[in-house]
Design a protein around this ligand. Structure first.
Ligand code: ATP
Ligand code: MG
Length: 409
């Protein structure tokens, strides 16, 4: 894409009301624009980055047998009354029609997924199965000051699995946990996994995937020698205590952001809707269910919190809206030709063809944060070469025009 055609422009200063690095940088660089607290528009660069995150998550969910669907955001009140969520979930947004009929906006969607899937899961032969969607969620959050980390409208991947018995669920639970770790790793994030009792499903265990970041709203205790990690709120331990698992290190405290979690729902939802399947002895059974969330838009923010410097964002390649930022420091055909070559070879490139000073172009490239910067100048033009520099490296290298595609492929 030519940068001259990008309708957004970078800003030198962040909006005054943004407090977090992710919101400041993503706004300044033109990835997102705040409509009101906790609600953002995703602009061309931000939308592309969000799609990259979606795509990685989608691949890994498909790889473990998840079937992608798209469920409604607007739900009938009755489904939420059936599960107790209508009165029990404080973040649930409720809408009243002019006809006095009431609706809920999806904040998680067991209330839709359960009746939907159970319409077809009639016998144990139809199980197990898992459906997922990547869709907007709405929550009446009290505080929405952490940029993309806490939205009132945010993008989530939510998967729901249905099993004939607990043993089958337990197997899948483990498979999803491993897939989650793989996903976060692909984004360059190391997630610590906390184990917690699942709130309203009190005898059940849930796991939260936590990325260490000062912008996070969770307080965790973790061991840097083994996998031990707990939420400080519920912990029996305190900072500095010996690790109860490996005993070879002391627990550290840190701020973290929950990028995903997995819940054992037990038989609650099948029971609430009185929807079951028939087992091989002809008896009616309720399915054992799991739900599995990943905060897609929160991840975009967490990645920026982790990957930035004083000049701007430093995207990991898996998320960058473009791989290459091509800067032409003067009007010349060489840059045009390189741009066309890269596009022809399906290397995603943002081409800064604007009539601006080199200083402005360099500053924008650093702020926007694409992984590779290519600079075409008068000097390089004469030598038939360009300067290539990684965003996270200080010094660039000169390479010949014809090596560019090979180098970047
Ligand atoms: P939190 O403790 O941060 O409020 P949660 O326990 O309410 O999260 P879930 O209901 O399990 O979260 O939602 C699944 C995932 O969706 C979370 O792991 C998180 O990544 C993301 N998420 C939850 N709430 C928000 C929000 N308000 N804004 C952005 N992402 C969110
Ligand atoms: Mg919450």
């Amino acid at each position: 894409m030519k940068q001259s055609q990008l309708f957004t422009k970078t800003e030198r200063f962040a909006p005054k009301d943004e407090e977090t690095v992710n919101a400041k940088l993503l706004s300044r660089a033109g990835y997102v624009e705040k409509l009101m607290a906790g609600v953002y528009s995703y602009l061309p660069l931000g939308f592309k980055a969000l799609k990259k995150i979606e795509q990685v998550v989608r691949q890994e969910m498909n790889a473990i047998g998840g079937q992608e669907i798209l469920m409604p955001i607007m739900h009938p009140k009755e489904n939420w009354v059936a599960t107790g969520g209508w009165s029990g979930i404080d973040v649930l947004f409720k809408i009243k029609s002019r006809t006095e009929k009431e609706y809920a906006l999806g904040q998680s969607e067991e209330e839709v997924a359960t009746p939907l899937v159970m319409r077809w899961a009639r016998s144990d032969k139809d199980l197990p199965l898992a459906v997922y969607q990547i869709h907007w969620k709405f929550r009446d959050e009290l505080r929405a000051k952490s940029g993309l980390l806490r939205g009132r409208e945010f993008l989530m991947k939510d998967m729901y699995s249905f099993h004939a018995d607990q043993a089958d669920f337990d197997k899948f639970y483990e498979i999803v946990k491993q897939a989650y770790l793989k996903i976060f790793k692909r984004f360059g994030l190391t997630a610590k996994v906390t184990e917690a009792s699942g709130g309203s499903f009190s005898d059940k265990i849930s796991y939260e995937f936590m990325v260490l970041t000062d912008a996070g709203e969770d307080d965790i205790l973790y061991c840097d020698k083994c996998v031990f990690c707990v939420n400080r709120e519920i912990a029996k331990q305190k900072e500095g205590d010996p690790c109860p698992k490996c005993k070879s290190s002391k627990l550290s405290g840190a701020k973290a952001s929950e990028v995903g979690n997995v819940f054992d729902l037990g038989k609650k939802y099948g029971q609430d809707f009185n929807l079951g399947f028939t087992n091989k002895d002809g008896e009616k059974q309720y399915p054992v269910m799991g739900c599995y969330g990943i905060g897609i838009s929160r991840l975009l923010g967490v990645i920026v919190e982790k990957y930035h410097d004083d000049q701007g964002i430093v995207w990991p390649e898996a998320v960058a809206p473009f791989k290459v930022h091509l800067l032409s420091l003067n009007k010349n055909d060489q840059a045009e030709k390189i741009y066309r070559d890269l596009e022809k070879n399906q290397i995603e490139v943002l081409y800064d063809d604007r009539d601006l000073s080199p200083g402005e172009k360099f500053a924008d490239a650093d702020l926007i944060g694409l992984p590779y910067r290519l600079v075409v100048s008068d000097k390089s033009l004469k030598a038939g070469s360009v300067e290539i520099k990684k965003r996270n490296e200080y010094k660039g290298k000169i390479i010949k025009d014809k090596e560019i595609v090979k180098k970047l492929k």
